[in-house]
Design a protein around this ligand. Sequence first.
Ligand code: SF4
Length: 65
Amino acid sequence: MKIRVDAAKCQGHARCYGLVPELFDVDDYGLSSVIGDGTVPVELEERAKLAIANCPEYAIEEIAG
Ligand code: SF4
């Protein structure tokens, strides 16, 4: 599983970071980006899906890979 954050949609609630800080980084404005290339370790897949479901802007996407 691999994910990305659409920077055009992210509004900086940092909710994803609060849920899975192992996968997301936030800048000084609370805007999120994935750590590394967005590859999700198997043990974090369920929490990654939780972050996707809880992003109010639908900014987190699962991508191929
Ligand atoms: S929860 Fe969504 S909108 Fe909020 S920081 Fe994360 S990606 Fe951005």
